[in-house]
Design a protein around this ligand. Sequence first.
Ligand SMILES: *Cc1c(COP(=O)(O)O)cnc(C)c1O
Length: 386
Amino acid sequence: MKVEYSYLLEQFKVEESETKVKYVDLSKQANVEAILSDIKEVLLKTGQFTLGQPVADFESRFAKLCKTKYAIGVNSGTDALILALKALNIGSGDEVITAPNSFIATAGAIAVTGAKPVFVDVDDEYNIDADLIEKSITPQTKAIMPVHLTGNPADMPRIMEIADKHNLHVIEDACQAVSALINGKPAGSFGIAGAFSFHPLKNLNVWGDGGMVTTDSKELYEKLLLLRNHGLKGRDEVEFFAYNSRLDTLQAIVANQLLNVLDAITDARIRNAKRYDDALSDMADYVTIPPRKGNVKQVYHTYVILAKERDRLGSYLAEKGIETKVHYPIPIHLQKASKYLGYKEGDFPVCEVQTKSILTLPVHQHLTDDQVEYVIDNIRKFYKEA
Ligand SMILES: *Cc1c(COP(=O)(O)O)cnc(C)c1O
């Protein structure tokens, strides 16, 4: 079987030489000199390449950011989800409720533990519809895994209420939501565990893969320390068979430097989103922006609109040198991977309708005001000409 990776580049393809507004700009990294100097001073001098002091520092700073007692660095956001499920003994025979419109890793993490992902439709904020959760709870349900899609937290107060009533665990997929808040309370601090990703496309990015689990539970924390490191209690004693999912020291060095500028990254994304919101609210016949709640701080991992004639708009913007994306063109319940779960088209109407019109505009922290204006102007032009 040939595995194709070019899909990452092909959607609404813009020639490199013509690009005026990139979807992301990974060539621009914050604090590069400081990171390289830390690598020389800390990494190469200590010769400690996995875990070590930089990981411990990052974990304690990250726990503080999320207002949780503990944070455990792991290999990726996906591993953060898998290990959190494993730490809660969730696996074969269990069901975990989640959203069908996430990145595939959410359902994938549930499935690889042996548990069954059970999907619930989403609301007009692209998040799991809390009103529909209870209908999907069965005697096998062990947990709810809400996703804070786009960096907008799901309705955690409601979800925690439902979970408490039915005695279910909540694991937040906060991979897109570092620094997001509901009533001042951070994403990743509501459930028994929160999972974060530091993939290069995420708001707080490292130079490869990295992830974190947050929790207030000492028991879970101690289990996760073992789960990420072969079940090793010390050098030679193994409590139970487990994984190698340590966070690299090098990535923690990068993360510690990026954490110093996270507020600036978040503020720039919020400012860009606000400019889009203001301009696009004049185009309500063509473009729908999700509701924005006053008590919520969204961090705009992505800026997603519902657009009339989405595919034509995407191609038009590509012609103007503007990169856009669709997150995601095929909902998880309709993926080949989900076939054994028995879902069909029509099962999640809100998600499926959104899938046909969602478009992600560039919102990253390196955009200039002129670039944001250029995107807005071209969306306006497209609908005028249409
Ligand atoms: C990125 C992401 C993940 C997976 O994170 P990785 O670090 O790439 O493994 C999981 N869930 C969501 C919602 C994500 O956006």
